[in-house]
Design a protein around this ligand. Structure first.
Ligand code: SAH
Length: 244
């Protein structure tokens, strides 16, 4: 009987993958992967493995999600061990839930293999703890894909006014809108922010600034990139450790 493994690849550094993920990658007959999964991981696969890329092509859009669902399903009909490999964790803005539901409805057996999400590990590699005693008691991981100017925004912007650490994924292209919106709502101009690009890899870049200047300071960074907003950003100077 075939099985699909919805697998987290971790944030970039290949050693941040779980042992379980490494095992199923070695066993896989087919690996369906996207842009954020470190391509080095694919070298661990057995000879003859089928590699199917469903991420963004240069200048083109990614394969639509319903098509990816169908590719996974068809692979399960054909192969015994199917690995769907995703960056970070499959359930953190990874659409892993949709894939699981699609398989469930078609009676395909699957396993979820959680991964280390970029939302906490990328800040960690920049020396930024997402919580810190005496500074903040919680953190939030939010999609920045939503544009604050959209008429019906799903984000409740006024709830960002406390001292919770906010981590925006998929928000770098909207950093201008995000910082402007938070300033308009009354957050301090000098509120600490960081943008981390290609975190946990040898290409990692960290730009630290304030809500007022972060959009300007972080212009032109390569993606993937995430935004951290919170007083914890100030700890970077003392805690940073990752040498490239
Ligand atoms: N499932 C993934 C997130 C998918 S959304 C996870 O758990 O990490 C994709 C977003 O994640 C990107 O737009 C970017 O904001 C962030 N991201 C992923 N890998 C990253 C990395 N190595 N460095 C910085 N940001 C990263």
């Amino acid at each position: 009987m075939s099985k699909v493994y919805l697998t987290g690849a971790g944030p970039g550094d290949i050693e941040l993958m779980t042992m379980k993920a490494a095992r199923v990658i070695k066993e896989a007959d087919i690996i369906i992967y996207d842009r954020l999964a470190n391509p080095e991981i694919l070298k661990m696969a057995k000879e003859g493995v089928v590699l199917t890329y469903v991420g963004k092509q240069d200048g083109k859009h990614s394969v639509p999600q319903d098509q990816i669902n169908e590719i996974i399903y068809q692979s399960a009909l054909k192969y015994e061990t199917v690995v769907r490999l995703k960056g970070g964790d499959p359930f953190v803005f990874g659409r892993g839930g949709e894939e699981a539901l699609y398989l469930k409805q078609r009676d395909v057996t699957y396993e979820i293999i959680p991964g280390i999400t970029s939302s906490i590990s990328v800040p960690a590699y920049a020396g930024i703890p997402v919580t810190h005693r005496g500074i903040t008691t919680s953190f939030r991981v939010v999609t920045g894909h939503e544009t604050p100017n959209k008429k019906i925004s799903q984000l409740e912007w006024q709830t960002f006014l406390n001292d919770e650490t906010i981590i925006f994924l998929m928000g770098y292209h909207n950093i201008d809108l995000i910082s402007t919106k938070l300033l308009e709502l009354g957050k301090r101009k000098d509120y600490p922010c960081a943008v981390i690009s290609q975190g946990t890899t040898s290409e990692q870049k960290v730009v630290v600034g304030t809500l007022e200047n972060i959009a300007q300071k972080s212009k032109g960074l390569p993606t993937p990139a995430l935004i951290v907003i919170g007083e914890v950003v100030n700890l970077k100077e003392q805690i940073e450790w990752f040498q490239i």
